[in-house]
Ligand binder design. Structure first.
Ligand code: ZN
Length: 134
């Protein structure tokens, strides 16, 4: 597989993999991310429908990471947060474009689509959601 080929394959998969696509129970209105097969409240009585989430939320809790996993060394220190989305679900993500000391609980954030790592050997670039100050 050539570098160009693996890169374009990766790009083609982006819409399915990286939209903030959750689902919503039409019976009770509960929203899930990632999507669930069954509503945790209604069980089999619930009807789940796809729901695209807006990506707006606030920092519920966070931590500054100073010992990163391989491939993230150039990004330290970075902030990993649990964000409470406006629609209700919690999502873990990196908060970017801010210094760790600028991040606070309750800070409004929105999701952005950013490069997270690059596998030099295969030329594959991985993308995911991160959060920035809203
Ligand atoms: Zn339900």
């Amino acid at each position: 597989m050539t570098h160009r080929k693996s890169l374009s394959l990766n790009w083609r998969r982006i819409p399915e993999r990286y939209q903030l696509l959750g689902n919503e129970c039409a019976t009770c209105g509960a929203v899930f991310f990632p999507p669930r097969a069954l509503c945790s409240k209604c069980r089999r009585k619930g009807t789940l429908e796809d729901k695209k989430l807006g990506g707006l939320g606030e920092v519920f809790t966070f931590t500054a990471v100073r010992s990163p996993p391989e491939g993230f060394e150039h990004q330290i220190p970075y902030v990993l947060a649990i964000v409470k989305l406006k629609e209700g679900p919690f999502i873990t993500g990196m908060v970017t474009d801010v210094e760790p000391q600028e991040v606070s609980i309750g800070m409004p954030v929105r999701s952005v689509f950013r490069r997270i790592s690059e596998d030099g050997k295969h030329g594959v670039i991985n993308y995911a959601f991160k959060f920035v100050r809203a």
